[in-house]
Design a protein around this ligand. Structure first.
Ligand SMILES: *Cc1c(COP(=O)(O)O)cnc(C)c1O
Length: 497
């Protein structure tokens, strides 16, 4: 499989190069030259296999320059070494109304990001070796909360790597902040940015694409890579879990071969839902993709009108990992849906950068609407849904997942055809404990650990060990910088002039 840049179709790299580089030097994202298709027999052959075995087979379709043995090593290390608290890695919970929650948060940091970030370091260290460099990899990551911790946990003490994480100072939950500030490991560093997630992401992108910075790193035997979902190595393990979820639904007789279903994904950077779109192109019978947003509803507007306009007020919500106005992975979808028009992509994403806006032709917008629906939900609706789902099912959902449940129920209420509904559940509810406790009628006037205890008493669901033990961990990182200070900070901490 060859990969092109969304901003230069003539550029061709191997999967190892795409993963090692993270983002193309022209600012584009790496995309596969074609999307492999799976037959009914292929799905059948994945039945009965462990998650790690399914993953190794599916990854082989995209990461063709990795050997089957290498991919098995990667998937075993990520998914079969006990870091996920359920042997199946992901779980499907069925609610009273028949909708299904695909729980992707049983990994070490309690959010779906672990599904990709437990395996990315294994890809990356092998990819670097394959591309023939012996440089140290510096992972630079902007996070709205969950990616940062998951990346830190994945890369901690991985030989040949260093990781630096930037998060918005007031844009993450107190639990997320604790998780990052207490991160252990000799190769990790965490820093707050005075700004929102987009400021962090723009700061990181600017550092990545600065030729002077790249030169300085090269002179010191280092090279940057990315753990954000702009890296293909992040996205491809996410395709795996949608295919695997479909196979599990077949195994459990929830679906018969050929049955279609609808899928709702709570969305920020458009990574998780794009992975679902790839799974659909591969043959998973997803009839419709429902893109669920909080009141930072730039994607709802885009799907509805074809106009992407980031010039709007940014809102901090109870679903902070979706507080995003620049959804980077949309670039990949538009590249595929324009048949690989790098000139159009360059024009649109250039305009997004300079004018804060771009507009796609109506014809393309209609094709997007044929596959995607979008809706957005405010904090009040989100909390009300957490309360309702808990009252009806005794099931606790986190704030992001609740945005998804709102969108899924609204979609079903208006859909011409009632299909089975799968909803991506993206975080353990304890990760956003205060909002969840409030939503089920608890008293939140307490510190974050007391909040966990109260939530446990009220719900009967156990506090995840990884969060409970934070209380006794030392805070290691309290640095904070402005966006324009990020390059100097990176140079200083890496010791490059
Ligand atoms: C990252 C995240 C999202 C958004 O995922 P994208 O891939 O950015 O769309 C949703 N929910 C949670 C809990 C997250 O951590």
């Amino acid at each position: 499989m060859i990969y092109h840049s969304t901003r230069n179709s003539a550029l061709s790299v191997s999967s190892a190069e795409a993963i090692a580089q993270g983002i193309s030097a022209d600012g584009g994202l790496f995309v596969p030259a074609f999307i492999p298709e799976l037959t009914a027999a292929d799905f059948e052959s994945l039945k009965g296999l462990s998650y790690a075995e399914r993953a190794a087979r599916l990854l082989q379709l995209y990461l063709t320059d990795f050997t089957p043995e290498e991919l098995r090593e990667c998937t075993e290390a990520a998914y079969a070494s006990g870091s996920f608290e359920t042997p199946d890695v992901q779980e499907i919970s069925v609610l009273a109304d028949g909708s299904m929650l695909l729980e992707l948060w049983h990994g070490p940091t309690c959010a779906f990001k672990d599904m990709a970030l437990q395996i990315l370091p294994h890809f990356l260290t092998r990819a670097i070796r394959k591309t023939g460099t012996d440089k140290e990899v510096v992972i630079l990551t902007a996070t709205s909360g969950d990616t940062g911790k998951a990346a830190l946990a994945g890369f901690r003490d991985v030989p040949g790597t260093k990781i630096m994480v930037f998060y918005p100072e007031d844009g993450v939950s107190s639990m997320q902040k604790r998780q990052m500030q207490t991160q252990e490991g000799a190769n990790v560093r965490v820093c707050a940015v005075k700004g929102n997630f987009d400021d962090c992401q723009n700061g990181v992108k600017a550092i990545f694409t600065d030729p002077e910075m790249q030169k300085a790193l090269a002179e010191n035997g280092m090279q940057f890579s990315s753990a954000n979902s702009i890296n293909w190595g992040r996205l491809v393990p996410q395709i795996v879990y949608y295919v695997s979820a479909y196979v599990t639904m077949l195994e459990k007789d929830i679906l018969k071969p050929g049955d279609r279903f609808a899928l709702t994904v709570p969305t920020g950077n458009f990574g998780n839902i794009l992975a679902a779109w790839y799974a659909k192109q591969m043959g998973v019978p997803i009839h419709r993709l429902v893109c669920a947003s909080n009141i930072n509803k730039v994607l709802t507007d885009f799907i509805g009108t074809g106009v992407y306009d980031r010039r709007r007020e940014f809102h901090a919500t109870v679903s902070p990992s979706m507080d995003i106005l620049i959804s980077s992975n949309l670039e990949r979808l538009l590249y595929h849906m324009t048949g690989g028009s790098d000139t159009q992509i360059k024009a649109w994403f250039g305009a997004l950068k300079t004018e804060g806006r771009y507009e796609i032709p109506l014809e393309l917008c209609h094709r997007i609407q044929a596959e995607f629906s979008g809706s957005f939900w405010d904090d009040a609706a989100t909390k009300a849904m957490i309360g309702k789902v808990f009252a009806e099912n005794g099931y606790l959902s986190d704030t992001h997942t609740a945005v998804g449940i709102c969108a899924a129920r609204d979609y079903n209420a208006h859909a011409a055809e009632q299909l089975p509904m799968l909803i991506a559940s993206t975080a353990n509810p304890y990760k956003f404990g205060a909002a969840v406790l409030e939503a089920i009628g608890g008293d939140t006037d307490a510190d974050e650990y007391e909040v966990l205890a109260r939530l446990e008493a009220k719900s009967g669901m156990a506090v995840p060990k990884a969060l409970a033990e934070l209380k006794t961990k030392t805070v290691r990182f309290t640095d904070s910088v402005a966006q324009d200070e990020m390059p100097a900070y990176v140079r200083e901490k890496l010791g490059v002039k």
